[in-house]
Design a protein around this ligand. Structure first.
Ligand SMILES: C[S@@+](CC[C@H](N)C(=O)[O-])C[C@H]1O[C@@H](n2cnc3c(N)ncnc32)[C@H](O)[C@@H]1O
Length: 264
């Protein structure tokens, strides 16, 4: 699936597409704007290779990406999965499709198939519902969340969008593990914020609380978690709250054995 990726120190080539790697920006970048700016590294794609390598029959015809940045990851999703509908959203309102992105769409006649929503916050449940309703005729096959990486808006997106996933569909949340990465210590964006670990644990609790067929299968890798929907029949017109699917038994009080009580 990712065999055609040609990795270089500061860029990636995929067919005739050029992606400059934001993590490795350097002076040689003054080469004009004929490229995407990509916020992903080779190691992440190696994890995707492991994950999707175990699902050779997985197909994604309807894809939603949250967090587009420069549109490079949308182009990669399009090249890898050949979807019939691909929608991206991003909260940046001072940005739109880059010229390179527009040329890519025009060259491959993708304007109807690939749609972008700038100025759209992943925590805006109403707007997300509107986009899902107007853009997708079929349930979603794949969702990629590479947006805020913050607990509250990421959970809102998940609760709104997960019911719209087909059985066997996959919801991916990237960079969930930032709370465990020492290099993020000095990043003011994450200072004092609840880690996405909290959301992952709630999903674990939801799965553990299920009786019978579990609602989802969770795969955890350092770079992303993948929540594969198995059977939860969630109405798309009613709110889905993870909390409603979690059972937490009251913790039994610890009673020390009689012998220890005597020694007290
Ligand atoms: C890490 S970048 C995405 C990188 C892109 N997927 C790529 O691989 O090149 C994160 C993006 O999420 C967007 N973002 C941040 N918070 C957001 C929010 N609350 N809702 C939607 N998008 C958000 C940012 O504007 C930014 O473009």
């Amino acid at each position: 699936m990712f065999d055609l990726f040609e990795w270089h120190s500061d860029h990636l080539r995929l067919g005739d597409l050029l992606f400059r790697l934001e993590h490795f920006r350097n002076d040689k970048w003054n080469l004009g704007d004929n490229h995407f700016r990509l916020y992903k590294v080779k190691g992440l794609f190696e994890q995707y290779q492991v994950f999707f390598g175990r699902k050779p029959n997985f197909q994604a015809k309807n894809i939603l990406e949250i967090g587009m940045w420069d549109g490079g990851s949308l182009a990669i999703l399009n090249e890898v999965f050949l979807p019939s509908k691909l929608v991206g959203i991003d909260s940046q309102s001072n940005r739109g499709d880059s010229d390179y992105f527009k040329q890519y769409l025009a060259r491959h006649k993708l304007e109807k198939k690939v749609r972008t929503y700038w100025g759209t916050d992943q925590g805006d449940a109403e707007k997300l519902r509107e986009i899902l309703k107007s853009e997708f005729e079929q349930p979603l096959d794949l969702v990629m969340d590479d947006a805020s990486h913050l607990y509250e808006p990421t959970k809102t997106s998940f609760e709104v969008i997960f019911p719209h996933l087909r059985e066997g569909g996959i919801y991916i949340i990237e960079d969930w593990a930032w709370l465990h990465w020492p290099e993020f210590d000095r990043d003011p964006y994450f200072a004092g914020r609840t880690g996405l670990t909290q959301l992952v644990l709630e999903i674990v609790e939801m799965i553990g609380s299920a009786r019978g067929t579990p609602p989802a299968v969770l795969t955890v890798l350092p770079g992303f978690v993948a929540i594969e929907k198995t059977s939860l029949n969630l109405a798309t017109d009613k709110p889905f709250r993870i909390e409603d699917y979690i059972c937490r038994r009251p913790v039994a009080k610890f009673a020390p054995p009689a012998r220890l009580r005597e020694l007290d």
